[in-house]
Design a protein around this ligand. Structure first.
Ligand code: IMP
Ligand code: MG
Length: 178
């Protein structure tokens, strides 16, 4: 397949959005000693930058969910590959996710977390693709709304590649004969 990567969101734009999201989270849970629940693997870069930008005392946990096999289409079936290691009952939980696409992943995780009786449950996402939604999801903090394009970079992969890119790019595929 012939493809090229085109810039969608620059590193400077990402940095500005991180500052804004961090300020919103600090305002809401800055004195609550929240637990950030970071969804692996795609949100590890976003979470690392955002958590440090908030500058608030907090715990961090990681969960791993997968719905993709290879390629650019979600299978729609969500599997929890790594669950919570510490209880979140009575805690203020902020979920950090890279992209909400169909909504299946966060829908599944929010139900899993709600059963564990946190004091409060909020969702912060870097990229929202609203045109692709199949399940309703309430997002509390949004970095950017993006069009229905497959994106990579800033931790987000395509078949495990391109996570290292500093900015966010979309994949443009071309047919061999132009
Ligand atoms: P959903 O369950 O359909 O909402 O998909 C969410 C997950 O699919 C995200 O956590 C991403 O890991 C992945 N995903 C969705 N869109 C893209 C994309 O454009 N590029 C790379 N991964 C994506
Ligand atoms: Mg993901």
């Amino acid at each position: 397949m012939v493809f090229s990567l085109c810039e969608l969101i620059s590193k400077a734009e990402i940095d500005r959005a991180i500052g804004r999201l961090a300020a919103e989270i600090r305002r809401d849970v800055g004195d609550k000693n929240p637990v950030f629940v970071c969804i692996l693997k795609g949100s590890f870069v976003f979470a690392a930058d955002l958590i440090r930008a908030t500058g608030i005392p907090a715990q961090v946990q990681f969960v791993c969910l997968s719905s993709y096999g290879c390629g650019m289409e979600t299978s729609g079936r969500v599997k929890m590959r790594l669950g919570l290691r510490e209880p979140v009952a009575g805690k203020h939980v902020v979920v950090l996710e890279d992209i909400v696409d169909t909504g299946a992943t966060v829908h599944h995780l929010l139900k899993y977390l709600a059963r564990r009786k946190p004091a409060d449950l909020k969702l912060c996402v870097l990229l929202d693709k609203p045109s692709r939604r199949r399940l309703p999801v309430k997002i509390d903090y949004t970095g950017f709304q993006v069009p229905d394009r497959f994106v990579v970079g800033y931790g987000i992969d395509w078949n495990e590649d391109f996570r290292y890119l500093p900015d966010i790019r979309y994949v443009e595929t071309e047919t061999e004969d132009g």
